[in-house]
Ligand binder design. Sequence first.
Ligand SMILES: C[C@@]1(CC(=O)O)c2cc3[nH]c(cc4nc(cc5[nH]c(cc(n2)[C@H]1CCC(=O)O)[C@@](C)(CC(=O)O)[C@@H]5CCC(=O)O)C(CC(=O)O)=C4CCC(=O)O)c(CCC(=O)O)c3CC(=O)O
Ligand SMILES: NC(=O)C1=CN([C@@H]2O[C@H](COP(=O)(O)OP(=O)(O)OC[C@H]3O[C@@H](n4cnc5c(N)ncnc54)[C@H](O)[C@@H]3O)[C@@H](O)[C@H]2O)C=CC1
Length: 156
Amino acid sequence: MNENNSFFPMFVDLKDRKIKVFGAGKIASRRIKTLLSFEADITVIAPFANETVLGLSKEKLISYEERPYKKGELKDEFFVLAATDNLSVNDDIYKECKEKNIIINVSSDFLKCDFHFPGIARKNNIVIGINAGGKDHKGAKEYTKKIKSFLQEEKE
Ligand SMILES: C[C@@]1(CC(=O)O)c2cc3[nH]c(cc4nc(cc5[nH]c(cc(n2)[C@H]1CCC(=O)O)[C@@](C)(CC(=O)O)[C@@H]5CCC(=O)O)C(CC(=O)O)=C4CCC(=O)O)c(CCC(=O)O)c3CC(=O)O
Ligand SMILES: NC(=O)C1=CN([C@@H]2O[C@H](COP(=O)(O)OP(=O)(O)OC[C@H]3O[C@@H](n4cnc5c(N)ncnc54)[C@H](O)[C@@H]3O)[C@@H](O)[C@H]2O)C=CC1
């Protein structure tokens, strides 16, 4: 992993891309909502899902499979988010992705991320992604808030 340098902000077309999310709690659901706004094709796998995930599944905006991660299940995902609250499960998902060359983001370990999930501020066609290299989550959150309000206050 790249521990010293910054990550490159690659702006990617997610429309209809297959994304698997393991975990359906606070962090997973926040990220699923963001990814949906970029029109990704999302499957969520978790034994328990929160209201947000259940609601999105009911509206058929995502697929939800009520079960734990099964070793060997990954195949042709564009990328995978490991956002369970079980570190060893997150680690198993990470290892399978590495073996299969699938891009992976592990929310419990910044070193096990091929990419980081950014804070996002959007207005019309402008999309701004904020990242602090895994070294300052609070800073990323604060700058996201500041930039969001800057974009809102700006005249059309
Ligand atoms: C490296 C990264 C990898 C990735 O997951 O992609 C990562 C990793 C980790 N975060 C942790 C904790 C927290 N992260 C947040 C918030 C955000 N974290 C986000 C991104 C990232 N987090 C990636 C790049 C980070 C960077 O830029 O430096 C944001 C920007 C986007 C988003 O999550 O949507 C979002 C703000 C957006 C917004 O609010 O707009 C909060 C606050 C909160 O949730 O309110 C806390 C609580 C603690 C606190 O307050 O400090 C832990 C410890 C977990 C534990 O110990 O259990 C790890 C694991 C580790 O560091 O190894
Ligand atoms: N990157 C970030 O911004 C942050 C990351 N975290 C990390 O994110 C992870 C998730 O945190 P929360 O969403 O708050 O947890 P949560 O407790 O709200 O949700 C956990 C989810 O994982 C699922 N799960 C448990 N075992 C599973 C398995 N074997 N297969 C599939 N799903 C499984 C549960 O059913 C549940 O849906 C934690 O590891 C935490 O350390 C926490 C705070 C911020």
